[in-house]
Design a binder for this molecule. Structure first.
Ligand code: ZN
Length: 426
């Protein structure tokens, strides 16, 4: 076993809720107001010069605004940072061709402001683990006297001891809809397994095969999405048969659909990590999808949502990558994200890159060296080679047949597990 420091968030309830809720409300409302001021500022800049300011530019600009002093300066900074992140996220999606994505909105319901999350960084809170209390700072506008602060008595899960964590980096006050709760963001040292080996595997995430894996020693696996598509089709049909899309029945069906999808992602990430342990893999290389995912042939973004019956947004891939990272970490396996650029149009054997590669029925055919590969496996192998150049490209006589003959793992909805399908002879 080895030790590794990771970030964890622990939720705690507030025991003196009635005493602190008014104060927390004021901070939550203040965070919404500052968000709206920032939101308005960004749209002005955007209209004027077609540019989305970075959070530090936004902070520099709004520092002298009256609303900035309602919260502790670090808390105000965090509100503007979240806003800038939300804007850049939306802009990224827009560039990806996601026309349904909306820019972040104003935080207002009529004349009411919702209670936004308030984040306290190092200088904005003081933790007393002996008495389970935390002191949260207000901004100068909301202080009644100079040392005015909010003293919360918290109750955390019995197995969490905040005095033993490496350090508590942030405290967040979060409104659950009924009451306030606290989230402690901590650095924690955990025991992880020794890395299972030195080998690498490339993972290409996509819409037909949710994941294609190319292992360094020359074999490949596919995880098709068809089971999830069937599942989605079934639920979409039942939901559309409901009289009212807001009805209790429709809500229940939607929840069930989303639970099953979450289960699929958990099971798949766990299964892939397990396969990596078996294969002695120490590094999983994943294509980074957070950037521009353009269809390199015509410069247009792929539209994930319109494929078949599956309504799969790019956030699903991010979520899956997070799960994979988390589960791999526990096994001592690193997940590296690399740019996906050119990984679908280059030949993973000879490296030849062409503007219009031949992809027919999911097969990649190279004019130069004659390699025939499963297109997704070819992509996965290119992704893997970004971290570890392969002996396959050294001009040696290693067989490339494995690129065209992946093992296919199917999700069994009955058992909830992945099992290999009998190899198809083609
Ligand atoms: Zn080639």
């Amino acid at each position: 076993m080895a030790k590794q420091v990771v970030t964890r968030t622990y939720t705690a309830s507030i025991r003196n809720q009635s005493r602190v809720s008014d104060d927390l409300d004021s901070l939550g409302f203040a965070a919404s107001k500052l968000w709206n001021v920032g939101r308005w500022t960004i749209s002005c800049v955007w209209d004027e010069i077609d540019y989305i300011p970075e959070h530090d530019e936004l902070t520099a600009y709004l520092k002298s605004h009256e609303r900035y002093d309602d919260l502790h300066s670090q808390s105000s900074q965090r509100v503007l940072q979240e806003l800038a992140e939300a804007f850049h996220g939306w802009y990224g999606k827009r560039r990806n061709g996601d026309t349904r994505a909306n820019p972040p909105g104003y935080r207002k319901h009529g004349d009411e402001h919702p209670r936004s999350t308030v984040t306290f960084k190092a200088a904005g809170f003081k933790l007393d683990t002996q008495y389970n209390r935390v002191r949260l700072s207000k901004g100068s506008n909301l202080k009644e006297y100079w040392s005015d602060f909010i003293l919360c008595e918290y109750q955390i899960r019995p197995d969490v001891d905040l005095s033993t964590v490496e350090n508590v980096q942030q405290v967040r006050a979060v409104w659950t809809g009924d009451e306030w709760e606290l989230h402690f963001v901590c650095k924690v040292e955990i025991e992880v397994s020794e890395s299972p080996g030195e080998k690498t595997v490339g993972v290409d995430l996509g819409i037909n095969n949710f994941a294609a894996l190319a292992y360094e020693d020359g074999h490949s696996e596919l995880y098709p999405l068809n089971c999830l598509k069937q599942d989605d089709y079934y639920f979409s049909k039942r939901i559309s048969q409901c009289n009212d899309s807001d009805s209790e029945q429709a809500t229940r069906l939607n929840q069930k659909k989303s639970r099953r999808r979450t289960h699929y992602f958990h099971t798949l990430s766990k299964h892939i990590v397990q396969r990596c342990v078996e294969e002695g893999v120490g590094t999983i290389v994943v294509g980074d999808l957070s950037g521009i995912r353009e269809d390199e042939e015509n410069g247009e973004a792929k539209n994930w949502g319109k494929n078949g019956n599956l309504d799969l947004h790019s956030w699903a891939f991010d979520r899956f990558t997070d799960l994979l990272e988390y589960k791999a970490e526990m096994e001592g396996i690193t997940v590296e994200q690399v740019s996906e650029r050119d990984t679908s149009k280059s030949c993973s054997c000879c490296g030849r890159e062409r503007k219009a590669n031949r992809v027919e029925r999911g097969l990649y055919v190279c004019d130069e060296c004659g390699t025939v590969a499963n297109a997704d496996v070819n992509g996965a192998e290119n992704i893997r080679q970004k971290v570890s150049p392969s002996p396959a490209t050294d001009g040696g006589d290693r067989s490339n047949g494995w690129l065209a003959q992946p093992s296919v793992y199917l999700f069994d909805l009955e058992s909830g597990c992945f099992a290999p399908r009998e190899q198809a002879t083609s």
